[in-house]
Design a protein around this ligand. Structure first.
Ligand SMILES: [Zn+2]
Length: 229
């Protein structure tokens, strides 16, 4: 893209993680920063770690059918800064980068072909106004682009203005989001891939999964960029 390259000359972009100058084709984050994150060794290890969070915190609920994640989160590391920028500073490009990496991990599995649609964890409308966009939807759209699936954002609505989950205990997180999500009334496909940016206790994902299940979803898998549990 010529215009893009010209813009880069006048407004050089820097890496969100380390502030070094990005090459014209790099988007939002440099390869060195990506290589520095604590990545899971393979998709099986990543899936096991995600499912373990649900087994531990929500043993009585249905577990995700399949699960994927890219990185383990460590307090105050570079990834934390990058995730914060993706969430609160409107750095859309990062959602695309991580969504594409996540999709490459998912694409290798047999489960990928069976998804009817990809659903981002909904963000309360007031928060969308506050942040201007839903970062999980940006990630979901990148995943969907690679896997050639549709994104459905109209299956579940977030009705309460929930408090931010950060800093809350498991019990507080659970009650904060327990009734926050309800089915919209639209037809829900049977096999869904739910996409979130960060998984901590699984409270939000579990609440969304229950809403989707109550409306007819039979198999729900989960993909999250970061595992912060
Ligand atoms: Zn960097």
């Amino acid at each position: 893209m010529l215009i893009d390259e010209m813009l880069h000359l006048f407004y050089p972009r820097v890496c969100t993680g380390c502030h070094s100058l990005l090459a014209p084709k790099e988007r939002g984050i440099c390869p060195e920063c990506i290589a520095s994150f604590d990545a899971f060794s393979d998709a099986d290890a990543a899936g096991y770690a995600v499912k373990e969070v649900f087994r531990r915190n929500y043993p009585a609920s249905n577990q995700p059918e399949s699960a994927w994640t890219l990185y383990r989160f460590h307090k105050n590391d570079r990834l934390q800064r990058v995730v914060h920028a993706m969430k609160y500073e409107g750095v859309h490009r990062l959602g695309n980068v991580f969504g594409t990496l996540l999709a490459e991990m998912i694409a290798g599995s047999t489960a990928a072909a069976a998804f009817s649609c990809i659903v981002p964890v909904p963000l309360n409308r007031l928060k969308v106004v506050e942040r201007t966009y839903n970062q999980s939807e940006v990630i979901a759209r990148a995943v969907a682009g690679v896997l050639r699936k549709d994104v459905c954002t109209d299956l579940v609505v977030c009705k309460n203005h929930t408090r931010p989950q950060a800093g809350l205990s498991l019990r507080e997180r659970h009650s904060n989001v327990k009734d926050a999500f309800t089915p919209s009334g639209n037809v829900v496909p049977e096999n869904i891939l739910l996409v979130d940016d960060v998984l901590t206790t699984g409270s939000t994902a579990t609440a969304v999964m229950r809403a989707l299940e109550s409306a007819g979803a039979r198999q729900i898998s989960l993909a999250t960029v970061v595992l912060a549990a």
